[in-house]
Design a protein around this ligand. Structure first.
Ligand SMILES: *[C@@H]1O[C@H](CO)[C@@H](O)[C@H](O)[C@H]1NC(C)=O
Ligand SMILES: *[C@@H]1O[C@H](CO)[C@@H](O)[C@H](O)[C@H]1NC(C)=O
Ligand SMILES: *[C@@H]1O[C@H](CO)[C@@H](O)[C@H](O)[C@H]1NC(C)=O
Ligand SMILES: *[C@@H]1O[C@H](CO)[C@@H](O)[C@H](O)[C@H]1NC(C)=O
Length: 621
């Protein structure tokens, strides 16, 4: 009975083993018979007499000390199930034993098949490792797990590699065969190398919307919010075209030296990226241009154009142009383009050198002294087209900056119509010595007028030449040279009380009529003393008095030295610290009846510049 039970017992064991897949044959009976002698029914007796469990027979591993359980003699008649691999001597082992780098058959036949042969020279991987196409070795357990561990070629996650891979029943099988944790299925993050775990059809969210990961931007990158750094799923590795679920948020950043153009944060909403993906553009500093500063730009030792955008690292050296000077010392003469596309310091401006004479001296002519070119570089001639089409000098003026001339309103006033004449009737010439327009002096600069601003209160003779002041804007600034420079304007009105004091000499310049009743062909200069208002008023004829309005001052002699028509609009400038400040504009004088063009025995009235500083400031801008 007991023997019978044990016999059944052995059968049951064998059957239970067969459930693992090895079909049991009648062959076992001889062993049983043999065993009967010393081993129990559920045991196999090794040649040595040792008893081993019957299930250990022909399973690939030598359980008998003498190996007699794994021999051709014992195993050659084994019939293995389809999914098992049969060792050369007949034992049955799991199919995955084949060429898996582990000796599963007692004779090693599972690893000696021709198909196990590795490419010559590349068998550098350990038996527990997988060799990527690139040659790299990765751990066997990383093959067909959804993650491309062969970073270069992904050869561990291919259909060829994984098609026959066996997944545990619980795992999710990617369409190319890899096995992943079932929790990853439709969790919104692709875990299969081909994203098949997030397939919208599979996940039933075709309509919910998913986006596809874009390529990383050139010269920048994006970060997926909620992806940990250690997460190396295709989604978190940002493999382009990987499915990204709604509310995936991409945060963009550009490399150093690049600026982000567009939205920095782009969410996927209802299957669409809410904004177009931003781009990274190289950071550059804006061009540097100045009319008063010479700028030289250098990048990595070679000079570059300053008029174009410049790369960070560019250095621009600054220097006032000729005839310009620093109003205040900025403390630097170089600016650098920073990584953020900004210049480290502002580009300063230089102001024109003003009121500087370049005296050369020339002999006395008539009652004035002939000036030389450059001696009064602020003085310009104002010319008007006459009926025969030639340009005739009608007035003078003073450059107060490279594009503005200060002169008298009456030069442009049409008394008959009570209005300002058209600017196109006029031309300006700076750097001129000869009165004749057609004599082209070497330093002459001609300009058209872009605007004539006559003081709004000026009404000509009607209001006794009150507010006899006008600003002329040039179509193009004059180029400042040694012979063309502005006069200084005492904008803060600091020195007038010193300069306009009884007897102090101012200098006037012009091509006015000489005592010979002819306009001078060359520029003349005269020094005239300031005369206090009361003295002037008391001395001049009554007819003239009403023209010396409160916005004027007098200067001159009563002995024949004077300014005359043609000098109108020109300035009277007073010196301080070798700089000439414009104080007055030749406005009115007494013109006698008869042939004489200029009544030379009288003072001349000048428009007082200091009364119009605010008006000038408002209108120059
Ligand atoms: C043109 O007219 C002006 C006066 O308006 C005169 O001085 C000049 O000589 C004339 N020129 C010619 C070429 O006629
Ligand atoms: C400015 O005026 C001068 C003199 O008439 C002329 O040669 C030049 O072409 C003008 N420039 C412009 C920009 O109008
Ligand atoms: C100013 O000078 C004039 C002439 O030189 C003289 O007659 C007058 O008295 C002086 N006035 C004052 C206030 O000094
Ligand atoms: C008038 O007086 C001034 C100063 O005394 C002198 O420089 C100038 O030569 C005189 N003019 C004439 C024409 O005498």
């Amino acid at each position: 009975m007991g023997g019978m039970l044990c016999y059944l017992c052995g059968i049951l064991l064998i059957i239970s083993y067969s459930a693992h897949g090895v079909k049991v044959e009648s062959k076992i009976h001889p062993y049983l018979r043999h065993r009967r002698q010393t081993c129990s029914t559920s045991k196999f007796q090794c040649a040595s007499g040792q008893c081993i469990d019957i299930t250990a027979l022909c399973d690939g591993s030598k359980d008998c000390d003498d190996g007699s359980d794994e021999t051709v003699r014992q195993c050659s008649n084994m019939r293995c199930p389809q999914f098992a691999f049969q060792c050369s001597y007949g034992a049955c082992v799991d199919a995955i034993a084949k060429c898996n780098g582990v000796t599963d058959c007692a004779d090693g036949s599972d690893e000696q098949l021709p198909s196990c042969a590795k490419k010559p020279g590349t068998s550098i991987c350990k038996s527990s490792e997988f060799q990527c196409k690139s040659g790299k070795c990765i751990d066997d357990t990383l093959v067909c797990d959804g993650i491309k561990d062969c970073r270069d070629d992904g050869s561990d996650e291919t259909f060829e590699q994984c098609r026959n891979f066996r997944c545990s029943p619980l795992s999710f099988r990617c369409s190319y065969g890899a096995c992943i944790d079932p929790d990853y299925r439709c969790d919104g993050r692709a875990q299969c190398a081909d994203s098949s775990d997030e397939d919208p059809v599979l996940c039933g969210n075709e309509n919910k919307g998913t986006c596809k990961l874009p390529d990383k931007p050139k010269d920048g990158k994006y970060k997926i919010l909620n992806c940990k750094e250690t997460d190396i799923s295709p989604f978190c590795l940002q493999v382009p075209d990987t499915v990204a679920p709604d509310w995936t948020i991409l945060e963009y950043r550009c490399d150093a030296g690049y600026n982000l153009i567009g939205a920095a944060s782009v969410p996927c909403v209802e299957g669409k990226w809410s904004y177009s993906h931003p781009t990274c553009v190289q950071v550059s500093c804006p061009p540097l241009e100045s009319s008063s500063v010479n700028i030289k730009c250098t990048y990595k030792g070679s000079s570059v154009l300053c008029g174009k955008d410049m790369a960070p690292g560019t250095v621009a050296s600054l220097e006032c142009k000729v005839s310009y000077q620093l109003t205040f010392e900025p403390g630097y003469n170089k600016v650098s383009c920073l990584q953020n596309g900004k210049w480290d310091k502002p580009l300063f401006t230089c102001t024109p050198v003003c009121g500087k004479r370049n005296p050369k001296g020339r002999p006395f002519i008539s009652n004035g002294v002939e000036a030389k070119v450059g001696e009064f570089p602020w003085h310009v001639g104002i010319y008007r087209y006459s009926a025969n089409g030639t340009l005739q000098q009608v007035c003078g003026g003073s450059l107060v900056n490279p594009s503005v001339v200060l002169t008298a309103a009456h030069c442009f006033w049409n008394e008959a119509y009570g209005r300002t004449m058209d600017k196109d009737n006029f031309r300006i010439a700076a750097g001129k010595y000869y009165r004749d327009w057609n004599i082209k002096d070497s330093e002459m600069q001609e300009r058209q007028l872009s605007e004539i601003i006559v003081h709004e209160n000026y009404r000509g003779r009607k209001l006794h030449f009150t507010s006899d002041i006008a600003l002329v804007k040039l179509n193009v600034s004059v180029e400042l040279t040694w012979a063309v420079l502005p006069v200084c304007v005492d904008w803060k009105d600091e020195y007038e009380r010193f300069q306009l004091s009884n007897g102090s000499l101012g200098v006037t310049v012009g091509w006015g009529y000489t005592q010979n009743n002819e306009p001078s062909t060359e520029l003349l200069t005269t020094n005239l003393p300031y005369v206090d208002f009361q003295t002037c008023w008391n001395t001049i004829p009554e007819t003239f008095q009403s023209y010396v309005t409160r916005d004027k001052f007098c200067a001159g002699y009563q002995n024949g030295t004077s300014v005359c028509p043609g000098d109108s609009g020109g300035g009277i400038a007073f010196e301080r610290d070798q700089k000439y400040y414009l104080r007055g504009i030749v406005s009115v004088g007494l013109v006698p009846e008869g042939d004489a063009k200029c009544f030379t025995d009288q003072y001349t009235a000048f428009t007082k510049v200091s009364d119009f500083l605010t008006w000038m400031e408002d209108n120059i801008r």
